[in-house]
Design a protein around this ligand. Structure first.
Ligand code: SAM
Length: 219
């Protein structure tokens, strides 16, 4: 097992050792966004290991979730009612109507990130790492599979974990329509119109390119 634990390894800046804390004061004032201080605070990883493997996986999970520079990320607002008309008029002039990215939601995997390769968030990525490292430590045979990959981030992470542990005899399989969700067929899914969301349809070519971006595409 890795010495890293999932939820306990996450912390707000207030409990992190000062040498590992991302100080908001270090952000140059000319680049600091003009929103209130709490929205600029970023999730902080408390390091319990300086092993290169752990440092790599810590960093890659920050990048895959878009957490590394989350305080600089903005999300487009799609207002309703009269505000929609205002937003359209603003868009027509070449501007975007945006709000700061939701920092707390991202850690929990409860938002749909505009650019990150996974939407499951830091805590659930950590859970994947614990599971895969457990499988490796206990020598449980078999490959790894993700069903429903979206932009591929969680699968990229599994491939990165194997690479970091120098495992070459296991494969990572990705199962997806690469066209988004089908319309609901079961009574309990009625009204769940996720098939209408174009942002959930990510093609295989995009997923392959994302693997390539991280130097982890096998074939
Ligand atoms: C919520 S996203 C998955 C998020 C992803 N695990 C991540 O790390 O961000 C759902 C994915 O499942 C796929 N999917 C959903 N229902 C499917 C089905 N019945 N057949 C094939 N793919 C499906 C969609 O295409 C989409 O890529």
């Amino acid at each position: 097992m890795s010495p890293l634990s999932s939820a306990s390894a996450m912390s707000s800046g207030s409990t992190a050792p000062s040498s590992h804390r991302r100080e908001s004061a270090s952000v140059p004032s000319w680049s600091a966004p003009p929103w209130p201080e709490p929205l600029r605070r970023v999730a902080t990883v408390v390091r319990v290991s300086h092993d290169a493997k752990d440092l790599y996986l810590d960093l890659i999970e920050q990048v895959l979730t878009g957490s590394l520079f989350l305080e600089q990320e903005v999300v487009d607002i799609r207002p309703r009612g009269w505000e929609r008309l205002v937003a359209r008029a603003i868009n027509r002039r070449g501007y975007r109507v945006v709000r700061p990215a939701p920092v707390a939601l991202r850690a929990e995997g409860r938002d749909c990130p505009p650019t990150a390769e996974t939407m499951i968030g830091l805590k659930r990525l950590r859970n994947i790492r614990e599971c895969v490292e457990c499988v490796l430590a206990d020598d449980i045979p078999g490959d790894l599979i993700e069903a429903g990959v979206w932009r591929g981030g969680a699968s990229i992470y599994m491939r990165a974990i194997l690479a970091a542990h120098r495992v070459s005899n296991r494969e990572v399989w990705l199962a997806d329509s690469f066209q988004g969700l089908p319309p609901p067929r079961l009574p309990q899914d009625e009204g769940l119109n996720l098939h209408t969301l174009p942002e959930l349809a990510v093609g295989q070519d995009v997923v392959s390119k994302n693997f390539e971006r991280y130097g982890l595409l096998d074939d």
